[in-house]
Design a protein around this ligand. Structure first.
Ligand code: FPP
Length: 240
């Protein structure tokens, strides 16, 4: 099935797509495998989606790699996920760079994030900083509420008077100043939740939920989600 089978309007491709890559654990459990094998399979899905996004000319793709709540998983799985993210960066950074992808991160860099991973993140940012084809934002140790709390802390630390604070003030203190608000958020695995992803930024995003478990998600599922997005009428609170 090719791109044209999805009848996509090339002039209405979303600029920014966010993905909640859910269902890795269930995919593995259904096959009698360890949950970690589901995450490993999730890497292939992620790279197929990245290639599909590049094919479409999507400029920003944000993926939820590790949430502030994921620390509550069993120690083994947390350790695996930290290591997994680090090795993906190490193994795939050059490939992403060659594809013209600029890598960025959103999330808290607190004491729980291993120093080696932070180093790997900084190297990926630096290596890819001049790429212009697409920006891949990895939400790592990310929580939407934490992002708003961190913005408010900065605003308070700067002693900005209360009467001067408006929505733009908050937006200017979020993690990535350049990141546009997502046009489309996709969540896989048949769960109808946001789970603390891009809470401020998704105020007017279209939401598409897919029953496919993330390891089975392909670029064609991405194209189908975009076809659904293109059928929606975005009104931003106005009358059509
Ligand atoms: C959710 O499935 C998935 C994750 C917690 C991790 C996903 C991470 C990746 C695919 C790697 C991304 C890495 C980089 C560097 C971009 P789940 O375990 O919540 O599944 P379940 O709901 O079935 O238990």
């Amino acid at each position: 099935m090719g791109l044209s089978d999805h009848c996509l309007d090339r002039d209405r491709i979303p600029r920014h797509v966010g993905c909640v890559m859910d269902g890795n654990g269930r995919w593995a459990e259904q096959r009698g495998m360890a949950r970690t094998e589901g995450h490993e399979q999730g890497e292939h899905a992620l790279f197929d989606v990245i290639e599909g996004a590049l094919e479409l000319g999507i400029k920003w793709l944000t993926v939820y790699a590790f949430s502030t709540e994921n620390w509550n998983r069993p120690d083994d799985e947390v350790r695996f996920l930290l290591n997994f993210n680090r090795t993906i960066l190490r193994r795939r950074c050059d490939e992403l760079n060659e594809m013209g992808v600029r890598i960025r991160f959103v999330g808290r860099r607190d004491w729980r994030v291993p120093k080696g991973l932070i180093k790997e993140m900084d190297e990926a940012i630096e290596l890819t900083q001049h790429n212009e084809r697409m920006t891949l934002v990895v939400a790592f140790n990310y929580g939407g509420r934490a992002e708003i709390v961190d913005a408010v802390r900065q605003i308070a630390a700067q002693r900005i008077p209360a009467r001067m604070i408006n929505e733009r003030t908050i937006a200017r203190h979020l993690y990535d100043q350049e990141m546009p608000e997502p046009d489309l958020i996709i969540r896989t695995s048949g769960e109808y939740r946001i789970s603390n992803f891009l809470l401020w930024e998704l105020a007017y995003s279209e939401l598409v939920f897919s029953d496919v478990l993330w390891p089975d998600f392909t670029r064609h599922d991405l194209f189908a989600a975009i076809a659904e997005y293109q059928h929606r009428h975005r009104r931003f609170g106005r009358v059509r």
